[in-house]
Design a protein around this ligand. Sequence first.
Ligand code: MTE
Ligand code: MO
Length: 198
Amino acid sequence: MALITRGFGGRRRDDTDLPPGQYRTDDFPVLSAGPTPRIGLDAWELAVVTETGERSTWSWAQFTALPADEPTVDIHCVTHWSKFGTRWRGVSVDTLLADVETAAEYVVAHCYGGYTTNIPLEDLTDGQAWVAYEFDGEPLAPVHGGPARLLIPHLYFWKSAKWLRALELRLDDEPGFWETAGYHNYGDPWREQRYQAD
Ligand SMILES: Nc1nc2c(c(=O)[nH]1)N[C@H]1C(S)=C(S)[C@@H](COP(=O)(O)O)O[C@H]1N2
Ligand SMILES: [Mo]
């Protein structure tokens, strides 16, 4: 029989959906470089800071009142696991940048707890990235980056900064925590850009 049974959610998923060197898991591993920061929603704030020092900020109430998307995406960790069809709710970075004037080409994501990671601005816009605050229909768990984290599914998952506090827009690129420790500056899973020499 040539008929293929379609699973829930559409097309059957197979190894062609796996970037090189990855395996598929249905678990959701936790990878954190330090302890999980606990951020009360009353103290939580998200900021976008431009290269001229202009700050836009959102309280939790303001942030969660913004229009949100519900992307379903595959995620790929540099430690070789990939997870297909993860369901999120979050605010697209386009929405956060809508009223921001900038000539920046680079972004550093800053987190509660001190983690940083750098991303070209063009990788965060045009519907490619979100600040996510729900996973699988539930508030995002603290170990996975709650209250809110970056979600940039087309790059290795270390770029998806947990416990996001600020997006710093910059004219020049500044490598973050893992990038200064030998990980690839860009991190495209399809080109297997794991380490600096890749
Ligand atoms: N603030 C912060 N964000 C982070 C990390 C971290 O240590 N601190 N780890 C990164 C790495 S290496 C990965 S693979 C993913 C893991 O996310 P998860 O724990 O939800 O699977 O978060 C990324 N974002
Ligand atoms: Mo990772």
